[in-house]
Design a protein around this ligand. Structure first.
Ligand code: HEM
Length: 361
């Protein structure tokens, strides 16, 4: 075989050996060699969320090697991870901070798409799948919080599951399903552990794959031009300016991941994840504090009747998930969407105020 013939046939060596057997080149080419609008501004937020999920899978697997999901041993196993296992404290703290950052970047990703109206035709299903990802990520936070089995974890779960129990119609069944009995107990810990390490990772992994497949099929949105709808006659437009996804966009994305990783290690080292005294079902602490992303709901419940405090957040989540079906305005320019952006701003300010006052206890 001549050198020229070899280059036409693809790579040699190990890659060539694999390629001759699996013929993956067209598949990888279809995934990577796409072109995206030159003016697409994602701020790498979706990719950073994906990266943080990867960090959670790696650090979570390492933690699971030493963690014991029973009320007798859970607290001691976390203590041992923190003080006996080499770099255990760092892995645990990175897991703690990556969980918080994942939710933060996910919300920023959602806001970017909202402001650019990238949830409108043809990306409605991509957004709805994203809504599912938001719910699963919150579920990770809720179930993971109990695992250290300290006072804070235990009592926040007592309150959190009580709130779930107030959901109209399905509340009492939901409470029983979550707790595995009348109280937060061994059964609750076993359930939360199983959901946290098996059910939610599988769900999130599957939905993320679907989400990325849809993004790949549709291409990224061009924030300065609404997508042409089928059957509509519109004035002819010059073609979009495009740039390569690989390597140009991917390289910037990896640089963003690298910066996030550096920030993560700095945060985990300077502010390691703490641990309160072991859970005691007989001693109610003076102040029960949920994770920061539940503070707004927690504060709202102090101000309004219970049913309103539970129904309002559920309704809000439904509105967010189904937004593309509710918002029928075809306009994508932010200045021409004052109602949608105004309502979102009011909501963000209200949530920030509630979170602030909820966190002051
Ligand atoms: C685990 C959570 C999520 C991951 C890993 C993820 C990942 C991504 C990635 C990598 C992209 C490509 C563009 C970018 O990097 O920004 C993207 C696009 C998109 N995502 Fe997500 N996403 C998540 C959650 C969400 C949520 C919560 C929503 C909305 C409710 C959403 C809606 C969308 C839409 C509509 C696009 C297309 C945007 C465009 O074409 O400009 N995603 N996502």
């Amino acid at each position: 075989m001549t050198a020229g013939a070899k280059s036409e046939e693809g790579p040699g060596g190990v890659l060539g050996w694999v390629e001759n057997r699996l013929h993956l080149a067209p598949f990888i080419g279809a995934l990577l060699h796409v072109r995206i609008p030159a003016n697409a501004k994602t701020f790498y937020l979706g990719g950073i969320t994906l990266f943080l999920f990867g960090i959670q899978v790696v650090t979570g697997t390492l933690l699971a090697l030493y963690y014991s999901p029973t009320p007798e041993a859970a607290y001691e196993s976390v203590l041992s991870i923190t003080s006996d296992v080499q770099f255990g404290w760092l892995i645990r703290s990175v897991h703690h901070w990556a969980a918080n950052l994942m939710l933060l970047f996910l919300v920023l990703h959602l806001l970017r798409i909202f402001v650019q109206a990238a949830y409108k035709y043809p990306r409605e299903i991509t957004w709805i799948v994203g809504g599912g990802l938001l719910l699963i990520t919150i579920g990770f936070g809720f179930t993971g919080y109990l695992l250290p089995w300290d006072q804070r974890a235990y009592w926040a779960t007592v309150v959190g599951t009580e709130i779930a129990g107030d959901v109209p119609v399905i509340g009492s069944s939901l409470l029983l399903l979550l707790r595995g009995g009348a109280e937060v107990s061994e059964a609750t810990l076993a359930r939360f552990f199983g959901i946290h390490v098996l059910v939610l990772p599988l769900l999130l992994g599957g939905l993320v794959a679907l989400h990325l497949l849809f993004v790949h099929q549709q291409g990224l949105a061009n924030p300065s031009r609404a997508e042409a709808r089928p059957g509509r006659v519109t004035a002819p437009q010059p073609p979009d300016k495009l740039k390569p996804f690989f390597p140009d966009y991917i390289l910037d994305e990896v640089i963003a991941w690298y910066a996030v990783l550096a920030g993560l290690v700095i945060l985990a080292s300077l502010f390691p994840a703490g641990l309160e005294p072991k859970a005691d079902p007989l001693v109610t602490p003076e102040h029960i504090k949920p994770e920061w992303y539940f503070l707004a709901v927690y504060q709202l419940l102090k101000l309004v009747p219970e049913t309103v405090g539970v129904v309002a957040p559920v309704a809000l989540v439904m509105i967010i998930v189904l937004l593309p079906l509710l918002d029928r305005n075809e306009e994508i320019r932010p200045r021409r969407r004052p109602i949608a952006l105004g309502l979102a701003l009011v909501l963000l300010v209200a949530m920030a105020v509630l979170t602030y006052f909820g966190g002051r206890v």
